[in-house]
Design a protein around this ligand. Structure first.
Ligand code: HEM
Length: 531
């Protein structure tokens, strides 16, 4: 017996096991490549990518997948196969096919399976919900809260958070005389304060304290990094369950809840009940009402988990994504002095340092008082969209036709905002930051009245930093609101000198870390002089 064991252990050494695994994986991938229905389509793309997901994973882990996707489209054209089961498109004419596709049940394409990575309980989590029907039901219950009209009710809360940001920056940096200010951190603080204030009526107080209270912001960052990496590793869903993924992140989630709901000395349930009774207009109470109606779809869910999941979606959007937009807007403005000057002139003409919703709501309405600032914000979201990955959808029964190719059932297909926004659709200088493009007219197209078509109307349709179609970002008005108010006020209050520009790196969002600036307070009356 022991001889037999010795013989086996001599043959089965670790190197032989590794060699066998390598051979088995290579045979599997080769077989998959030769039998793939995509092979006969001869979709352009790197050969290695058609064999294995290791190709895209390599760039994800090098943190530059968002840039590599732009290169791949430049090299291979508008439709590129980037993995054995994934096709990317950057020609906007296929936008409606991918994001509002009407299949037999008059629905749109479901989100790709990878989205399940972030689904950790039995309630609706918008960002990660794949089913079109469930998402549609959820949007019916919650969409109005985040609409332009719904947000007008919260103007005083937005303004108080902007005020706290400015006070915090003055107290902790200008008065304290610090060498430099990390604006990346401050934009996260602002958005944490905003999300908690909109949800509970009380802000988490990061800006006034000048720090990440309860390390909630760091906890969110860990969640974004873990989910943002696992999301792109195809075996994640085969080797974990929702329970395992939840356990991996539970500590960080609890840290976020403790800070967001201020559960000190109370349970989460009791605190939610208290907010429901005393702050019925705020988002947590409204999530509660929506959650009760959604229970018929999520019969095995749990009330507290359902509500906290909506809260997580709010925090993920506001604190996880929006700060990247705030940073890249300010970065682009400060790197282009003539553009910055025009914004300051426009703000100045308002005669106040506070930007109010009436100055720009509705976003495309005729009463715009800040069209140039808005164009700068849109241009920055175009050139550097905060969400870097392709918004993958799964091809349905019967497949989808994209140009000359037939994408069969089960294959993932999507558009990433970066490659779309850098395509020639936006003009021959699409890769340049040039806000004035939003005010030009199309060189050949006419509108219904026979006049030259405004470029704004033309490009906006395929401007997709917030996604497109039925699953478009639920928080886009909230984000645009905060971007207008914060950018306007920051320019009015401070002269900002850049110490070090942010370095964008890919990880679900394109992180804009390390934006260091030196702030100088404009003296009263200085703002007018800055013209
Ligand atoms: C500048 C800031 C933001 C950007 C660029 C952004 C971008 C996006 C994009 C591209 C999607 C579509 C994902 C897909 O199609 O697969 C999305 C979805 C979503 N976003 Fe945002 N977002 C931002 C801020 C926010 C905020 C502040 C919230 C807070 C409520 C939010 C909540 C959501 C939700 C709930 C979804 C999922 C909607 C659905 O699948 O039906 N986002 N976001």
């Amino acid at each position: 017996m022991s001889n037999l064991f010795n013989t086996i252990s001599t043959i089965v050494t670790i190197p032989t096991l590794l060699l066998f695994s390598l051979v088995a994986v290579t045979i599997h991938k080769t077989h998959r490549y030769f039998t793939s229905p995509l092979r006969h389509q001869q979709i352009p793309g790197p050969l290695l990518a058609k064999f294995t997901t290791v190709y895209s994973l390599y760039y994800v882990l090098r943190r530059n997948w968002h840039l590599k996707m732009i290169d791949l489209h430049t090299q291979y054209g508008p439709i590129v196969q980037v993995s054995p089961h994934e096709v990317l498109v950057n020609d906007p004419k296929y936008r409606d096919v991918i994001y509002s596709f009407a299949s037999k049940d008059k629905s749109f394409l479901p989100k790709a399976k990878m989205f399940e990575t972030g689904k950790i309980n039995n309630d609706l989590s918008f960002i990660f919900e794949r089913s079109p029907q469930a998402a549609r039901a959820g949007r019916k219950e919650l969409g109005h809260i985040y609409s332009e009209a719904g947000l007008r009710l919260f103007e005083v809360d937005f303004d108080q958070c902007v005020e706290d940001l400015i006070t915090g920056l003055k107290n902790h940096h200008i008065e304290a005389g610090t060498e430099s200010t990390n604006l990346t951190k401050w934009m996260q603080f602002f958005n944490f304060d905003l999300a908690t204030r909109l949800a509970t009526g009380e802000s988490a107080g990061f800006c006034l304290a000048g720090k990440d209270l309860g390390s909630a912001n760091s906890a969110l960052r860990i969640i974004m990094d873990v989910v943002g990496t696992l999301f792109f590793v195809p075996v994640t869903l085969s080797i974990t369950t929702a329970w395992v993924r939840k356990m991996l992140l539970n500590r960080q989630l609890e840290q976020i809840w403790a800070t967001s709901f201020d559960t000190k000395g109370s349970t989460k349930e009791a605190r939610l009940e208290e907010i429901r009774m005393n702050k019925p207009g705020y988002l947590l109470a409204r999530f509660w009402q929506a959650q009760e109606k959604l229970r018929r779809l999520y019969t095995t869910g749990n009330e507290t988990e359902g509500i906290t999941t909506h809260m997580f979606n709010l925090i993920a959007g506001a604190v996880g994504v929006a700060p990247q937009a705030h940073i890249s807007i300010l970065d682009h403005l400060l790197a282009s002095p003539p553009v910055l000057q025009k914004c300051i002139t426009e703000l100045n003409a308002m005669g106040t340092t506070t930007v109010s919703m009436a100055d720009y709501f509705p976003f495309d309405g005729p009463q715009q008082r800040l069209p140039y600032l808005q164009a700068c914000i849109k241009e920055s979201l175009r050139i550097a969209p905060p969400l870097g990955f392709s918004l993958l959808r799964e091809a349905p029964e019967g497949g989808v036709r994209i140009g000359e190719f037939h994408i069969p059932k089960g294959v993932d297909i999507g558009m990433a905002a970066g490659p779309v926004h850098h395509s020639t659709f936006f003009g021959p200088d699409a890769s340049l930051y040039r806000p004035s493009r939003w005010f030009e007219t199309h060189p050949s197209l006419l509108n219904l009245e026979g006049e030259p078509l405004e470029m704004k109307r033309f490009i906006e349709r395929n401007w997709i930093p917030f996604g497109a179609g039925a699953r478009m970002c639920l928080g886009r008005h909230l984000a645009q609101n905060a971007l207008m108010k914060v950018t306007g006020r920051m320019l009015a209050e401070f002269e900002i000198e850049v110490v070090s520009r942010p370095k964008g790196w890919f990880g679900f969002v394109v992180h804009q870390d390390g934006f260091l600036v030196r702030l100088k307070r404009r003296r009263d009356g200085d703002f007018a002089v800055a013209m």
